[in-house]
Design a protein around this ligand. Structure first.
Ligand SMILES: [Zn+2]
Length: 258
């Protein structure tokens, strides 16, 4: 029989990062992408939690920087990408791996989703997707170590997950992403509704996550590079844009200038 359901909450860090805290009723917990140890330690101590697992999506310091300090105080296993830049990862995760967080009774599948970084991974399970800086609500990460073709493949992989999946990404970028997405698809009704919702949430100082993957599929231009409306928008910039990778390249470059 299943125990308590997994509870996921945000620990804000550095202004617009989110460190995700996973609990299941007991005092065992996990964190995803702890870029800063201080806000994590504060929550752990205040709530009497024992950090058993750390999940890491990519090597960037704003996601990984707190890990060494957390390991000084907690004996946590670190699940992360195959990358020499994160030597503290003790369980290297590759595409298709299944990981079990036994103390939380939770299981996740690893998806390799390169482009933002070459070794970026995402964790999918328990109806949740921890997408790091690959998929944001209404946006995607910059292509620092990959190509538009890489990101297209990564987005295709995430798009195949169930629509009811809840997306927990690494940053609170949704409002700025909405403004850009509306440039691409000004008449998209799902996007317009989400943009209004996000505006209200941010005006109230509230988080815009998790997002529903179904809404993202209907409103996020980077998941919609094969849709006529998005390809048409890309062709206004580059008449040679075709559905898929070239449209991905055009709208990412457009967003970088936006
Ligand atoms: Zn990053």
């Amino acid at each position: 029989m299943r125990g308590n359901e997994l509870n996921i909450s945000a620990i804000p860090a550095f202004g617009d990062n989110y460190i995700w805290l996973l609990r299941a009723g007991g005092n065992a917990c996990a964190v995803v992408d702890p870029g800063d140890e201080e806000p994590v330690l504060e929550v752990l101590q205040k709530q009497g939690l024992d950090l058993r697992y750390i999940l890491l999506t990519h090597h960037h310091p704003d996601h990984s920087g707190g890990i060494p300090a957390l390991l000084e105080q907690y004996q946590a296993r670190v699940f992360g990408p195959d990358d020499e830049r994160v030597p503290f990862v003790d369980r290297v995760c590759r595409d298709g791996d299944r990981i079990r967080l036994a103390d939380l009774n939770a299981d996740f599948e690893v998806l390799e989703v390169p482009a933002h970084t070459r070794s970026h991974i995402a964790f999918y399970g328990e109806n949740a997707l921890f997408s790091g800086d690959t998929l944001f609500s209404l946006g995607c990460g910059r292509f620092f170590e990959g190509t538009a073709a890489d990101m297209q493949k990564s987005m295709d992989k995430l798009a195949a997950l169930p629509a009811y999946t809840r997306v927990y990404c690494g940053h609170e970028y949704t409002q700025a992403n909405a403004a850009f997405a509306l440039q691409v698809e000004p008449d998209n009704p799902t996007l317009r509704a989400r943009a209004r919702e996000v505006e209200k949430l941010r005006a109230a100082g509230r988080i815009t996550l998790p997002a529903s993957l179904g809404d993202e599929l209907a409103a996020n231009p980077f998941l919609r590079t094969c849709e006529d409306s998005v390809v048409r928008a890309a062709r206004k910039i580059d008449p040679a844009a075709m559905p898929g990778t070239t449209t991905m390249a055009v709208i990412r470059a457009w967003k970088d200038r936006f």
